[in-house]
Ligand binder design. Sequence first.
Ligand SMILES: *[C@@H]1O[C@H](CO)[C@@H](O)[C@H](O)[C@H]1NC(C)=O
Ligand SMILES: *[C@@H]1O[C@H](CO)[C@@H](O)[C@H](O)[C@H]1NC(C)=O
Ligand SMILES: *[C@@H]1O[C@H](CO)[C@@H](O)[C@H](O)[C@H]1NC(C)=O
Ligand SMILES: *[C@@H]1O[C@H](CO)[C@@H](O)[C@H](O)[C@H]1NC(C)=O
Length: 460
Amino acid sequence: MPRELKPILLCVFTVCITVLVVGVEEIQSDEECADLNNTTWLEYRQQKVKLQVQYLLLTRRNMDCAQMFNQESLTETQKQPSYFNISHPTKVIIHGYRILGSKPSWVKQLAQAVLRAQNVNVLVVDWVYGASFAYNLAVENYKEVALQISVLINQLQKHGSKLESFHFIGVSLGAHVAGFVGTLFEGKIGRITALDPAGPMFKGADTFDRLDPSDAQFVDAIHTDADYFGISIPVGHVDFFLNGGKDQTGCARSRFASMYGYVICDHMRALHVYMSALNGSCSLMGIPCFSYEDFLEGRCMNCDVFKGTCPTIGLSENSGIAMSPVPREQKLFLLTTASPPFCSHHFLLQLEVSPLGKSAEVEVTLKTQNLGTEQRLRLQTDTTVYRKVLSHPATLCEIDSIELKNTGARFYRQGDIHVKSVCLSEFPAVGREQPLCVNNINIRRGAPWTHDFVQVCGIF
Ligand SMILES: *[C@@H]1O[C@H](CO)[C@@H](O)[C@H](O)[C@H]1NC(C)=O
Ligand SMILES: *[C@@H]1O[C@H](CO)[C@@H](O)[C@H](O)[C@H]1NC(C)=O
Ligand SMILES: *[C@@H]1O[C@H](CO)[C@@H](O)[C@H](O)[C@H]1NC(C)=O
Ligand SMILES: *[C@@H]1O[C@H](CO)[C@@H](O)[C@H](O)[C@H]1NC(C)=O
């Protein structure tokens, strides 16, 4: 993106955050419960101190009502006992840049999703005060926040917490805060999960200044807006690039769409997909590949790099990778749907046609009763065999039918396309399933060809 566009976009970003926060924030009815701080421009300007960090604690014993947490919370002289259990692992959630000084609205939802999955201490780092307004100032503050967090971690260590039992979950700029905490502890922290780690001012940064795999024993990252607010380079051991990592399904592409749709939908998708993965209704598996283009052309279909187990998004140890040492900066690709639970199955479509006199186009649709997903293929005169990756939330054996449409060229009448064979297989391979193939079809223009699969799930 051109340099001068950034300030404009960041301004637009402002508007969205307001809209979002006004819309989503729930009213705190219980005054006993702690909440993230917030600030206004006026207050911010009047204060001399520009950085205040505080911590909220959520555990299974207080999932709905956060407790303030600080070093004193661990001593027994407290009026109210702390729910912090030193023998449990600790998840540390760090939010990112807050353009308007408002508190992030998703924090409680993420904390609760974590707690439903694991019996842990969840500490939420509230640095809204230092993360607000000017992005460059927030960036200046991030190392100071990390320093303050490291002081707390040191205290917790003294009480018996183990460094490897800490798992940081950082959103956007918060991912680099986590990275710097990791640097301070020389990579001994257990894990850092980065949800669309911030790109502006970090992409060209030294690994000392940004998140990188040396910051923790295991670093996983989810990329959803690598072309705007996210970072486009791998920063972890495994980096999941969703739908290529730039543009997300269901996020509007037009600048005339709603502000949310156009500006931060992509960036926030990493968080929503992660929360959904914690809910655990389906698995989000990444396939290692050199580039998204290669992935879409079906050149990467297995997880042999990881000795056969594909890394999954979520809390499983090392993203489910069983081998050690875990490879670093491994790019992983997956396609997702537009709404929770986001999971898709991946299919390789192999198409062989008789030589064509003119270039042509085919639209392929995979259908179940209530959903069809389509993909277009450009056919050239010099190629007869095509490979393309398609996705659908259903598994191969649940797909009811495949439809091929001769969608034609724009400038001339496209003739019939003779398809020698069209084959569909799911990957990464789940068993020894043979591809489903149909041979010898003519697809005429204007007359879609449909084939119903008659299959029984689970016979393999
Ligand atoms: C956030 O700010 C608003 C208005 O300034 C105030 O009414 C509200 O109590 C604040 N909330 C918190 C949790 O500080
Ligand atoms: C919360 O924000 C207010 C100003 O909005 C500030 O005066 C106060 O010190 C902040 N508290 C903490 C603990 O950050
Ligand atoms: C802390 O966790 C351990 C292990 O789960 C449990 O045995 C213990 O009772 C917990 N302590 C408190 C105070 O809840
Ligand atoms: C996760 O599950 C809870 C409870 O089942 C549900 O309320 C929430 O909307 C789910 N969140 C996501 C992101 O799927």
